[in-house]
Ligand binder design. Structure first.
Ligand code: FE2
Length: 234
């Protein structure tokens, strides 16, 4: 049964704050989204739950926490009180700079889910360029979770998520034009890379030597022995 799009009921938090950064991100997102944009609040909780789930398989320590924090805050720029440019990754990033968020967190929010393609459609490329895209496993994981979570915070497929965006926004919107200009492919590639990394992580867990590059020769001794002529045979 497809997700309903009626007004969301109160939900049990999917991700409970634990580390200091997550706790801070949680309270900030809750304050700005939960009352005025309850459905958006559900969505970011779903994205954060996805981040918690895959972060422990793909990342370590501080990066796991950063992924969940970025997931909680990635759409904070939609909060009515924070709108300046009207483009939520940019408004969210600017707000996070103002509250002294860690720079990596700011940049992840600014660049999430192929934001540069929409920025180009809206004439905001120069504004967004201030925030570099780190092109990392963590960044791909954030995009993956955003693209695999419905508006209501439930898991979905990439194809359904894209279809939902296209249906809601229409072909003339900046967002759909950005998808057609390369944004969809960029999102797809980040999702695919994350799927491959998750698959490799499963293989490593089942068989620790699978899913890794072949081990190099063990020192010069092995190669040297193979290459040296056997003097005794002369
Ligand atoms: Fe989102």
């Amino acid at each position: 049964m497809p997700p309903t799009h009626s007004a969301p009921a109160a939900v049990e938090p999917a991700v409970r704050p634990c580390g200091a950064l997550i706790a801070w991100a949680w309270s900030l997102a809750q304050r700005h989204l939960s009352r005025e944009l309850p459905r958006r609040w559900q969505h970011v909780q779903g994205v954060a739950e996805c981040g918690r789930r895959i972060g422990e398989r793909l990342l370590t320590g501080d990066e796991e926490e950063l992924l969940v924090a970025a997931a909680l805050l990635h759409d904070i720029g939609y909060a009515p009180g924070l709108v300046v440019s009207g483009y939520h990754p940019l408004d969210g990033a600017r707000f996070l700079v103002a509250v002294s968020a860690p720079p990596r967190l700011v940049n992840l929010v600014a660049r999430h889910s192929a934001a540069e393609f929409v920025a180009e459609q809206r004439g905001l490329t120069t504004d967004l360029a201030r925030f570099p895209d780190e092109h990392s496993t963590l960044r791909d994981a954030l995009w993956f979770c955003d693209m695999r979570t419905t508006q209501d915070g439930r898991p979905t497929t990439f194809a359904e998520r894209i279809a939902s965006i296209r249906a809601r926004h229409g072909p003339q919107s900046h967002l759909v034009r950005a998808l057609d200009a390369g944004g969809q492919l960029a999102r797809h590639d980040a999702v695919r890379r994350t799927e491959l990394r998750l698959g490799a992580a499963v293989l490593r867990r089942v068989s620790p030597h699978r899913g890794e590059a072949p081990a190099p020769p063990r020192g010069d001794g092995d190669l040297g022995a193979a290459r040296k002529p056997d003097r005794r045979a002369r």
